[in-house]
Design a protein around this ligand. Structure first.
Ligand code: MTE
Ligand code: MO
Length: 383
Protein backbone atom coordinates (compact mmCIF):
# COMPACT_ATOMS: atom_id res chain seq x y z
CA UNK A 1 0.00 0.00 0.00
CA UNK A 2 1.40 3.41 -0.90
CA UNK A 3 1.94 6.00 1.82
CA UNK A 4 -0.86 8.08 0.29
CA UNK A 5 -3.31 5.19 0.34
CA UNK A 6 -2.26 4.28 3.83
CA UNK A 7 -2.88 7.77 5.14
CA UNK A 8 -6.16 8.02 3.21
CA UNK A 9 -7.20 4.81 4.91
CA UNK A 10 -6.15 6.21 8.30
CA UNK A 11 -8.08 9.41 7.65
CA UNK A 12 -11.18 7.46 6.71
CA UNK A 13 -10.70 5.31 9.78
CA UNK A 14 -10.33 8.52 11.79
CA UNK A 15 -13.83 9.40 10.65
CA UNK A 16 -13.37 11.85 7.78
CA UNK A 17 -16.03 10.73 5.34
CA UNK A 18 -14.90 9.50 1.93
CA UNK A 19 -16.53 12.33 -0.02
CA UNK A 20 -14.37 14.90 1.75
CA UNK A 21 -11.09 13.22 0.90
CA UNK A 22 -9.77 13.99 -2.56
CA UNK A 23 -10.10 10.95 -4.79
CA UNK A 24 -6.73 11.51 -6.42
CA UNK A 25 -4.30 10.82 -3.62
CA UNK A 26 -1.21 12.96 -3.47
CA UNK A 27 -2.54 15.92 -5.47
CA UNK A 28 -2.83 18.65 -2.87
CA UNK A 29 -2.67 22.36 -3.49
CA UNK A 30 0.92 22.97 -2.51
CA UNK A 31 2.68 22.96 -5.85
CA UNK A 32 1.49 25.63 -8.27
CA UNK A 33 0.23 24.21 -11.56
CA UNK A 34 1.56 25.61 -14.81
CA UNK A 35 0.08 29.08 -15.30
CA UNK A 36 -1.37 29.17 -11.75
CA UNK A 37 -0.68 32.52 -10.08
CA UNK A 38 -0.95 33.70 -6.47
CA UNK A 39 -3.59 36.34 -5.68
CA UNK A 40 -2.09 38.61 -2.99
CA UNK A 41 -3.98 39.06 0.27
CA UNK A 42 -4.91 42.68 0.92
CA UNK A 43 -4.93 42.03 4.67
CA UNK A 44 -1.15 41.42 4.62
CA UNK A 45 0.72 44.76 4.79
CA UNK A 46 2.82 45.45 1.70
CA UNK A 47 6.37 44.19 2.22
CA UNK A 48 5.44 42.04 5.25
CA UNK A 49 7.71 39.01 5.31
CA UNK A 50 8.84 37.04 8.35
CA UNK A 51 12.33 36.44 6.96
CA UNK A 52 14.59 33.38 6.98
CA UNK A 53 15.40 31.19 9.96
CA UNK A 54 18.39 32.37 12.03
CA UNK A 55 20.41 30.48 14.66
CA UNK A 56 19.00 30.90 18.15
CA UNK A 57 15.98 32.92 17.02
CA UNK A 58 12.21 32.53 16.83
CA UNK A 59 11.22 31.71 13.26
CA UNK A 60 7.79 32.52 11.85
CA UNK A 61 7.00 30.87 8.54
CA UNK A 62 5.31 32.70 5.69
CA UNK A 63 2.07 30.71 5.48
CA UNK A 64 1.51 31.97 1.92
CA UNK A 65 4.59 29.96 0.92
CA UNK A 66 3.65 26.58 2.40
CA UNK A 67 4.67 24.20 -0.38
CA UNK A 68 4.84 20.73 1.13
CA UNK A 69 2.73 18.47 3.31
CA UNK A 70 5.93 17.85 5.31
CA UNK A 71 7.24 21.30 6.19
CA UNK A 72 10.63 22.18 4.68
CA UNK A 73 10.15 25.39 6.60
CA UNK A 74 8.93 24.55 10.13
CA UNK A 75 8.51 27.33 12.73
CA UNK A 76 10.97 27.60 15.61
CA UNK A 77 10.32 28.81 19.18
CA UNK A 78 12.38 28.51 22.38
CA UNK A 79 12.71 30.60 25.48
CA UNK A 80 16.28 30.06 26.73
CA UNK A 81 18.16 29.90 23.43
CA UNK A 82 19.21 26.79 21.53
CA UNK A 83 21.72 24.62 23.44
CA UNK A 84 24.08 22.37 21.47
CA UNK A 85 23.50 18.89 22.83
CA UNK A 86 25.66 16.35 21.02
CA UNK A 87 24.38 12.84 20.43
CA UNK A 88 27.73 11.56 21.69
CA UNK A 89 27.60 11.84 25.47
CA UNK A 90 23.84 12.45 25.48
CA UNK A 91 21.89 10.85 28.30
CA UNK A 92 18.16 10.68 29.03
CA UNK A 93 17.37 10.03 32.68
CA UNK A 94 14.09 8.61 33.97
CA UNK A 95 13.79 9.35 37.68
CA UNK A 96 11.40 9.84 40.60
CA UNK A 97 8.56 7.57 41.68
CA UNK A 98 9.61 4.58 39.60
CA UNK A 99 10.67 1.07 40.61
CA UNK A 100 13.80 1.25 38.48
CA UNK A 101 15.37 4.60 37.52
CA UNK A 102 16.68 4.34 33.95
CA UNK A 103 19.30 6.00 31.77
CA UNK A 104 19.57 5.84 28.02
CA UNK A 105 22.34 6.98 25.73
CA UNK A 106 21.41 8.19 22.25
CA UNK A 107 22.51 4.85 20.79
CA UNK A 108 20.47 2.89 23.33
CA UNK A 109 17.36 4.92 22.53
CA UNK A 110 17.88 4.37 18.80
CA UNK A 111 18.21 0.64 19.36
CA UNK A 112 14.73 0.41 20.94
CA UNK A 113 11.65 -0.42 18.83
CA UNK A 114 10.55 2.80 17.10
CA UNK A 115 7.48 4.23 15.40
CA UNK A 116 6.81 6.95 12.89
CA UNK A 117 3.96 9.42 13.17
CA UNK A 118 2.80 12.37 11.10
CA UNK A 119 2.18 15.24 13.47
CA UNK A 120 1.63 18.94 13.01
CA UNK A 121 1.45 21.57 15.72
CA UNK A 122 1.44 25.27 16.38
CA UNK A 123 2.74 27.46 19.15
CA UNK A 124 0.07 28.31 21.72
CA UNK A 125 0.91 31.93 20.89
CA UNK A 126 0.24 31.53 17.15
CA UNK A 127 -2.20 34.05 15.74
CA UNK A 128 -3.43 36.40 13.07
CA UNK A 129 -0.75 38.99 13.74
CA UNK A 130 1.78 36.64 12.10
CA UNK A 131 -0.80 35.12 9.73
CA UNK A 132 -0.66 31.93 11.78
CA UNK A 133 2.97 31.30 10.85
CA UNK A 134 4.06 29.57 14.10
CA UNK A 135 3.12 26.21 12.62
CA UNK A 136 4.56 23.13 10.92
CA UNK A 137 3.91 19.51 10.05
CA UNK A 138 6.41 16.67 9.92
CA UNK A 139 6.97 12.94 10.05
CA UNK A 140 8.66 12.07 13.32
CA UNK A 141 10.39 8.88 14.47
CA UNK A 142 10.96 7.86 18.05
CA UNK A 143 10.20 5.48 20.88
CA UNK A 144 7.01 5.15 22.87
CA UNK A 145 6.97 7.26 26.04
CA UNK A 146 4.51 4.81 27.57
CA UNK A 147 6.95 1.93 27.02
CA UNK A 148 9.79 3.87 28.68
CA UNK A 149 7.62 4.68 31.69
CA UNK A 150 6.40 1.07 31.85
CA UNK A 151 9.98 -0.18 31.71
CA UNK A 152 10.87 2.01 34.68
CA UNK A 153 7.66 0.97 36.46
CA UNK A 154 5.67 3.97 37.71
CA UNK A 155 4.84 3.55 41.39
CA UNK A 156 1.22 3.90 42.57
CA UNK A 157 1.97 7.31 44.12
CA UNK A 158 3.18 8.72 40.74
CA UNK A 159 0.72 11.31 39.40
CA UNK A 160 2.61 13.83 37.33
CA UNK A 161 5.42 13.43 34.79
CA UNK A 162 7.82 16.33 34.31
CA UNK A 163 9.96 16.73 31.18
CA UNK A 164 13.12 18.81 31.47
CA UNK A 165 15.11 20.31 28.60
CA UNK A 166 18.86 20.95 28.64
CA UNK A 167 18.24 24.67 28.10
CA UNK A 168 18.35 26.89 31.19
CA UNK A 169 17.68 30.51 32.00
CA UNK A 170 17.60 32.86 34.97
CA UNK A 171 14.15 33.55 36.38
CA UNK A 172 13.25 36.03 39.07
CA UNK A 173 10.73 34.33 41.32
CA UNK A 174 9.45 36.32 44.31
CA UNK A 175 12.48 38.52 44.22
CA UNK A 176 15.03 35.71 44.00
CA UNK A 177 17.05 35.02 40.85
CA UNK A 178 17.25 31.29 40.21
CA UNK A 179 18.44 29.17 37.30
CA UNK A 180 15.66 27.09 35.79
CA UNK A 181 15.57 24.56 32.98
CA UNK A 182 12.73 24.71 30.47
CA UNK A 183 10.18 22.14 31.62
CA UNK A 184 6.62 21.07 31.06
CA UNK A 185 4.54 18.40 32.74
CA UNK A 186 1.66 16.04 31.98
CA UNK A 187 -0.69 14.14 34.24
CA UNK A 188 0.33 10.47 34.35
CA UNK A 189 -2.82 9.68 32.35
CA UNK A 190 -1.89 12.11 29.57
CA UNK A 191 1.73 10.92 29.62
CA UNK A 192 0.59 7.31 29.08
CA UNK A 193 -1.28 8.07 25.81
CA UNK A 194 -0.29 5.58 23.11
CA UNK A 195 0.90 8.14 20.57
CA UNK A 196 3.34 10.09 22.74
CA UNK A 197 6.88 9.63 21.54
CA UNK A 198 10.42 10.50 22.53
CA UNK A 199 11.63 11.42 19.03
CA UNK A 200 15.05 11.66 17.35
CA UNK A 201 14.11 11.99 13.68
CA UNK A 202 12.15 14.60 11.76
CA UNK A 203 11.24 14.05 8.11
CA UNK A 204 13.73 11.19 7.86
CA UNK A 205 16.70 13.15 9.26
CA UNK A 206 18.22 13.39 12.74
CA UNK A 207 16.57 16.30 14.62
CA UNK A 208 18.24 19.60 13.77
CA UNK A 209 19.64 21.68 16.66
CA UNK A 210 16.75 24.17 16.49
CA UNK A 211 14.13 21.42 16.79
CA UNK A 212 15.75 19.79 19.83
CA UNK A 213 18.78 17.76 18.76
CA UNK A 214 19.32 15.01 19.62
CA UNK A 215 16.01 14.07 21.33
CA UNK A 216 12.68 15.80 22.03
CA UNK A 217 9.25 14.94 23.30
CA UNK A 218 6.25 14.77 20.92
CA UNK A 219 2.74 14.89 22.38
CA UNK A 220 0.43 14.64 19.35
CA UNK A 221 -2.65 16.84 19.56
CA UNK A 222 -1.07 19.30 22.02
CA UNK A 223 0.25 22.80 21.40
CA UNK A 224 3.97 23.05 20.61
CA UNK A 225 4.92 24.03 24.15
CA UNK A 226 4.31 20.41 25.28
CA UNK A 227 6.99 19.12 22.92
CA UNK A 228 10.05 19.66 25.11
CA UNK A 229 13.19 19.99 22.98
CA UNK A 230 16.71 18.89 24.07
CA UNK A 231 14.96 16.47 26.46
CA UNK A 232 17.32 15.20 29.17
CA UNK A 233 15.17 14.12 32.11
CA UNK A 234 11.74 12.58 32.70
CA UNK A 235 10.72 12.74 36.35
CA UNK A 236 7.68 11.10 37.96
CA UNK A 237 6.33 12.85 41.08
CA UNK A 238 3.24 12.97 43.28
CA UNK A 239 2.67 16.74 43.14
CA UNK A 240 1.79 19.13 40.34
CA UNK A 241 4.70 20.77 38.57
CA UNK A 242 4.32 24.56 38.85
CA UNK A 243 7.14 25.95 36.67
CA UNK A 244 6.85 29.08 34.53
CA UNK A 245 5.64 27.35 31.36
CA UNK A 246 2.91 25.42 33.18
CA UNK A 247 1.79 27.87 35.82
CA UNK A 248 2.53 31.40 34.60
CA UNK A 249 3.39 31.58 30.89
CA UNK A 250 1.27 29.72 28.39
CA UNK A 251 -1.70 30.25 30.66
CA UNK A 252 -4.95 31.51 29.14
CA UNK A 253 -7.38 33.77 30.96
CA UNK A 254 -11.00 33.53 29.84
CA UNK A 255 -14.36 34.67 31.17
CA UNK A 256 -16.45 31.51 31.50
CA UNK A 257 -19.48 30.16 33.31
CA UNK A 258 -18.31 27.63 35.92
CA UNK A 259 -21.19 25.61 37.30
CA UNK A 260 -23.56 28.55 36.92
CA UNK A 261 -21.08 31.15 38.21
CA UNK A 262 -19.31 33.62 35.91
CA UNK A 263 -15.62 33.38 36.63
CA UNK A 264 -12.23 34.32 35.19
CA UNK A 265 -10.62 30.97 34.39
CA UNK A 266 -6.87 30.36 33.95
CA UNK A 267 -5.79 27.30 32.00
CA UNK A 268 -2.40 25.89 31.13
CA UNK A 269 -2.15 25.66 27.30
CA UNK A 270 -2.46 21.96 26.47
CA UNK A 271 -4.65 20.31 23.78
CA UNK A 272 -4.93 22.19 20.51
CA UNK A 273 -8.25 23.81 19.80
CA UNK A 274 -10.18 23.09 16.62
CA UNK A 275 -8.92 25.61 14.08
CA UNK A 276 -8.59 26.31 10.38
CA UNK A 277 -7.06 29.18 8.45
CA UNK A 278 -6.91 30.18 4.80
CA UNK A 279 -3.32 30.83 3.75
CA UNK A 280 -3.35 31.10 -0.03
CA UNK A 281 -5.56 32.01 -3.00
CA UNK A 282 -4.47 31.27 -6.54
CA UNK A 283 -5.83 32.04 -9.99
CA UNK A 284 -6.05 28.89 -12.09
CA UNK A 285 -7.39 30.37 -15.32
CA UNK A 286 -10.99 29.28 -15.06
CA UNK A 287 -11.27 29.34 -11.30
CA UNK A 288 -9.66 30.45 -8.04
CA UNK A 289 -8.32 27.99 -5.50
CA UNK A 290 -8.69 28.90 -1.82
CA UNK A 291 -6.30 26.83 0.30
CA UNK A 292 -5.46 26.47 3.97
CA UNK A 293 -4.95 24.02 6.78
CA UNK A 294 -6.77 22.80 9.87
CA UNK A 295 -5.32 21.60 13.17
CA UNK A 296 -6.88 20.09 16.27
CA UNK A 297 -6.32 17.65 19.11
CA UNK A 298 -6.78 14.56 16.93
CA UNK A 299 -10.56 14.30 17.20
CA UNK A 300 -11.71 13.13 13.73
CA UNK A 301 -13.06 15.88 11.51
CA UNK A 302 -16.46 16.05 9.87
CA UNK A 303 -15.86 18.92 7.44
CA UNK A 304 -13.94 21.99 6.46
CA UNK A 305 -15.99 24.70 4.78
CA UNK A 306 -15.29 27.99 3.05
CA UNK A 307 -17.51 31.06 2.85
CA UNK A 308 -17.12 33.83 0.29
CA UNK A 309 -18.55 37.23 1.26
CA UNK A 310 -22.15 36.66 2.42
CA UNK A 311 -22.50 33.40 0.50
CA UNK A 312 -23.27 29.94 1.89
CA UNK A 313 -20.71 27.68 3.59
CA UNK A 314 -19.31 25.36 0.91
CA UNK A 315 -17.51 22.05 1.39
CA UNK A 316 -13.73 22.11 0.91
CA UNK A 317 -11.61 19.09 -0.07
CA UNK A 318 -9.18 17.72 2.53
CA UNK A 319 -5.72 16.61 1.43
CA UNK A 320 -5.75 12.80 1.45
CA UNK A 321 -2.26 12.71 3.01
CA UNK A 322 -3.86 13.99 6.20
CA UNK A 323 -4.01 11.69 9.19
CA UNK A 324 -5.18 11.93 12.76
CA UNK A 325 -2.45 14.19 14.17
CA UNK A 326 -1.10 15.78 11.01
CA UNK A 327 -2.30 19.16 9.88
CA UNK A 328 -5.17 18.85 7.43
CA UNK A 329 -4.51 20.92 4.30
CA UNK A 330 -7.68 21.77 2.37
CA UNK A 331 -8.77 23.60 -0.75
CA UNK A 332 -11.91 24.91 -2.36
CA UNK A 333 -12.22 25.76 -6.06
CA UNK A 334 -14.13 29.00 -6.46
CA UNK A 335 -15.84 29.35 -9.81
CA UNK A 336 -16.80 32.68 -11.38
CA UNK A 337 -15.15 35.00 -8.86
CA UNK A 338 -16.21 38.57 -9.66
CA UNK A 339 -13.53 41.26 -10.00
CA UNK A 340 -13.09 43.40 -6.90
CA UNK A 341 -12.58 42.88 -3.16
CA UNK A 342 -13.83 39.84 -1.31
CA UNK A 343 -13.80 38.45 2.21
CA UNK A 344 -13.16 34.73 2.53
CA UNK A 345 -13.19 32.60 5.65
CA UNK A 346 -12.99 28.92 6.61
CA UNK A 347 -14.40 26.86 9.46
CA UNK A 348 -13.78 23.30 10.59
CA UNK A 349 -16.21 20.94 12.32
CA UNK A 350 -15.31 17.73 14.15
CA UNK A 351 -17.36 14.54 14.46
CA UNK A 352 -18.72 15.68 17.80
CA UNK A 353 -20.34 18.61 15.99
CA UNK A 354 -17.98 21.23 17.43
CA UNK A 355 -17.53 24.01 14.89
CA UNK A 356 -14.84 26.67 14.81
CA UNK A 357 -16.67 29.85 15.86
CA UNK A 358 -16.15 33.44 14.73
CA UNK A 359 -13.66 35.11 17.09
CA UNK A 360 -16.38 37.49 18.37
CA UNK A 361 -18.42 34.55 19.63
CA UNK A 362 -15.61 33.02 21.69
CA UNK A 363 -15.35 33.82 25.41
CA UNK A 364 -13.55 37.07 26.19
CA UNK A 365 -9.86 36.23 26.09
CA UNK A 366 -7.34 38.42 27.82
CA UNK A 367 -4.07 36.73 26.92
CA UNK A 368 -3.05 36.12 23.31
CA UNK A 369 -2.66 32.36 23.82
CA UNK A 370 -4.93 30.00 21.87
CA UNK A 371 -6.16 32.10 18.97
CA UNK A 372 -8.54 29.74 17.22
CA UNK A 373 -11.53 31.77 16.08
CA UNK A 374 -12.46 32.00 12.40
CA UNK A 375 -9.87 34.08 10.52
CA UNK A 376 -11.41 36.11 7.66
CA UNK A 377 -9.02 37.08 4.84
CA UNK A 378 -9.33 39.92 2.30
CA UNK A 379 -8.36 39.57 -1.34
CA UNK A 380 -8.82 41.56 -4.55
CA UNK A 381 -9.69 39.70 -7.73
CA UNK A 382 -8.35 41.46 -10.82
CA UNK A 383 -10.62 42.43 -13.73
N1 MTE B 1 13.58 22.69 25.82
C1 MTE B 1 12.65 23.48 25.29
N2 MTE B 1 11.63 22.91 24.62
C2 MTE B 1 10.67 23.68 24.05
C3 MTE B 1 10.70 25.08 24.19
C4 MTE B 1 11.78 25.66 24.91
O1 MTE B 1 11.88 26.89 25.08
N3 MTE B 1 12.73 24.82 25.43
N4 MTE B 1 9.68 25.84 23.63
C5 MTE B 1 8.41 25.14 23.40
C6 MTE B 1 7.50 25.92 22.59
S1 MTE B 1 6.76 27.22 23.35
C7 MTE B 1 7.16 25.57 21.31
S2 MTE B 1 5.96 26.41 20.50
C8 MTE B 1 7.83 24.44 20.64
C9 MTE B 1 8.40 24.84 19.29
O2 MTE B 1 8.94 23.72 18.67
P1 MTE B 1 9.78 23.92 17.33
O3 MTE B 1 10.76 25.03 17.55
O4 MTE B 1 10.43 22.62 17.03
O5 MTE B 1 8.78 24.30 16.26
O6 MTE B 1 8.89 23.92 21.41
C10 MTE B 1 8.60 23.77 22.77
N5 MTE B 1 9.67 23.06 23.38
MO1 MO C 1 5.17 28.11 21.95
Amino acid sequence: MSIENESRRQLLKAGVSAGLVAATAGVPWFALAQGETVVPFIDVPEGWAPGPRQPGRTHIIDTRQINNFYSDDFYVVQHYGQPEVAAAGYELKLTGLVDQPLQFTYEQLRALPSREIDCGFECGGNGGRMFHGLVGNARWRGVSLKDLLAQAGVQPAGREVVFFGADKGMETIRGREVEKAFARSLSLEDAMREDNLVVYEMNGQPLPVHHGQPVRLLIPGFYGVANVKWLTQIHVQDTRYMGRFMGRDYVTLKREVVGGEERWVENSVARMNLKSVIVRVTNRGGSHRIAGFALNDGTPLRSIEVKIDDGPWQQATIDPQSSRYSWKPFYFDWQGASPGEHTIVSRVTDINGHTQAPAEQLPERVSYWEEFGQFPRRIRIGA
